[in-house]
Write a protein that binds this ligand. Structure first.
Ligand code: ZN
Length: 131
C-alpha cells in the first residue's frame, strides 16, 4: 500500500490517500442547518464529483456535538452517496439546545435517540455520548 502525498505513485502498489477535510458551523439556527458542519461537509464532498466519491472507502467524522435533526438527514444522505464506505461519527457532547433557546422547534432540533437509531440503521457507527 502506498500512502504518500498526491504525488504520482511510481511503485506499482495500491495507492491509498487519506484526505482530511475540516468543516465547521459558520452560521445557522436550529431551524436552518445550511451552515452547520455536516451540511458544509456534504456540500464539499458533493462538489468533488462522483469519481472522488466512488474512491472513498471510509470516513470518520469528529465533532463537538452530535447532529441536529436536519443534519441527521444530511448524514443519512451521505450514506446513500457512499453506500459501501465505513462511516464513523464521533462527537463529544450530545446536542441539546439550552433551555433559554429562542427556537420553538427545540424538541425537533435536538438530537434524539430515534435519530441516532436512524443513523445506525443505515450503517453509521456512532461513538459519541448518548446523554
Ligand atoms: Zn445541524
Amino acid at each position: 500500500m502506498y500512502t504518500g502525498s498526491n504525488t504520482p505513485n511510481t511503485f506499482g502498489t495500491t495507492q491509498t490517500v487519506e484526505v482530511i477535510a475540516r468543516t465547521w458551523a459558520t452560521q445557522g439556527t436550529e431551524k436552518n442547518s445550511v451552515n452547520h458542519t455536516e451540511r458544509q461537509l456534504d456540500t464539499w464532498l458533493t462538489s468533488q464529483g462522483d469519481d472522488f466519491l466512488r474512491r472513498i472507502t471510509a470516513m470518520e467524522l469528529h465533532s463537538r456535538y452530535s447532529a441536529c435533526t436536519n443534519c441527521t438527514d444530511v448524514l443519512i444522505g451521505l450514506r446513500r452517496k457512499l453506500p459501501s464506505a465505513v462511516l464513523v461519527f464521533h462527537w463529544r457532547d450530545l446536542y441539546v439546545p439550552k433551555d433559554d433557546s429562542p427556537s420553538r422547534r427545540r424538541q425537533v432540533s435536538q438530537t434524539a435517540a430515534a435519530y441516532l437509531s436512524e443513523l445506525e440503521k443505515v450503517g453509521w457507527r456512532l461513538t459519541g455520548r448518548r446523554s
